[in-house]
Design a protein around this ligand. Structure first.
Ligand code: NAD
Length: 360
């Protein structure tokens, strides 16, 4: 059974349709657009398509298969996609459907944001990470060699279809990486979810509790985004969703894009943020240990695979988008399910947080 959650923004609101086996609902949506004279092109993650031929075929729309990995989330790949849309003469009334994980969704979403100065798009996330996080909220973009997601745009989709049946072919390591964002959501805003995860982890794609957990995560994200869509709040607001990400992006950058899955880097970032919170005397050591135990239970790393240089990681931090007026901003925890943004943390404390996860 499908359920619908609305993301209610000031100028635009859209549904997230959640459930298992949503193909008929997606077909219905696309054919309704076709009847209105709007051409839909599905930009599909190539790996997903190889494992889900029938699903892609039955969508009944033109498709562009696109190889995706963090290493290919680049301006060069974006240009290829834009050229392809142009060669196919997609007009302004055209609609993209981004079908894939967070990389594909971010890139195709950005293509929609800038092709012909902006066209509409849908998100059909096919990884857990994309279902609970990247497909919701309208952040799109690609990486630069200098850092993650440094070019992009805010562009909200027309709608999101999160079909848990599509997770059947997702490798377990990728599923676990998505669980890092679920754990992040619990740490930000939902103590009951954290307790639930402690009791039932490790979760798998077919765990009966998964659809409700995805819905809870989307609801938290939708609420935070609705309150601060463009991340302009002076404190807290949408920036809270970056818990673990400022550290995590540095790990991805210095560890080499692709060596750590995004979610694995976030798991390490969550541990570093927990360590920083303990050192700032806001979080108890007991709570930090609980976080570490839960991440491990879900098969996520809490220490670097091999030691990276703490100073190199620090340098990567200073290029992060979250730098404001030259000052680094971090999200730290007061306790499980209560987070806040803090500025001007001592460099020593940050280096110590990196070292707590095995940096040297
Ligand atoms: N826009 C946002 O708000 C936001 C939020 C969080 C993360 N992100 C971004 O999301 C990206 C990470 O996304 P991800 O973890 O989904 O990674 P991903 O998109 O790289 O997908 C992971 C892998 O799984 C494959 N795949 C996808 N669906 C599959 C399926 N159902 N079956 C089999 N294989 C499948 C992909 O081809 C890829 O190899 C990062 O680039 C990150 O920056 C964006």
């Amino acid at each position: 059974m499908a359920s619908i959650l609305r993301v209610a923004l000031k100028t635009h609101s859209y549904p997230i349709v959640l459930g298992a086996r949503l193909l008929p609902a997606i077909q219905k949506e696309f054919s309704a657009q076709a009847k209105r004279g709007r051409r839909v092109i599905a930009v599909v993650d190539k790996t997903f398509a190889q494992k889900n031929h029938a699903f892609v075929k039955k969508l009944g729309v033109e498709t562009i298969l696109f190889p995706t990995s963090e290493k290919t989330k680049t301006l060069a790949q974006l240009q290829k996609l834009l050229s392809e849309l142009s060669k196919r003469k997609l007009e302004r009334t055209g609609i993209l459907a981004a079908i894939g994980g967070g990389v594909l969704g971010d890139m195709a979403g950005f293509a929609a944001a800038c092709y012909l100065r902006g066209i509409d798009f849908y998100q059909v996330p096919t990884t857990l990470l994309a279902m609970v996080d990247s497909s919701v909220g309208g952040k799109t973009g690609v990486n630069l060699p200098e850092g993650k997601n440094l070019v992009g745009a805010f562009r909200q989709p027309l709608g999101v279809f999160a079909d848990t049946e599509l997770l059947k072919t997702l490798p377990a390591r990728e599923f676990n990486a998505g669980m890092a964002e679920v754990i992040k959501t619990a740490l930000l805003a939902d103590a009951a979810l954290f307790k639930k995860l402690e009791a039932i982890s490790p979760l798998k794609w077919n765990s009966p509790q998964l659809p409700q957990i995805i819905k809870t995560c989307c609801a938290v994200k939708a609420r935070v985004v609705a309150a601060d869509e463009f991340e302009t709040a002076k404190n807290d607001g949408r920036a809270l969703l970056n818990l673990g990400h400022t550290f995590g992006h540095a790990v991805e950058k210095v560890g080499g894009f692709g060596n750590y899955l995004h979610g694995e880097a976030v798991a390490l970032g969550l541990m570093m943020a927990a360590h920083l919170s303990v050192s700032q005397k806001t979080l108890s050591k007991k709570d930090a240990d609980k976080i570490s135990a839960l991440l491990k239970k879900q098969g996520l790393p809490v220490r670097l695979k091999k030691p990276l240089k703490a100073t190199a990681l620090f340098d990567a931090l200073t290029r992060d988008k979250k730098v404001r007026a030259g000052k680094l901003r971090f999200v730290t925890l007061k306790k499980i399910a209560t987070a806040h943004t803090v500025q001007a943390i001592d460099k020593k404390a940050i280096l110590a947080a990196f070292k707590s996860a095995g940096a040297r």
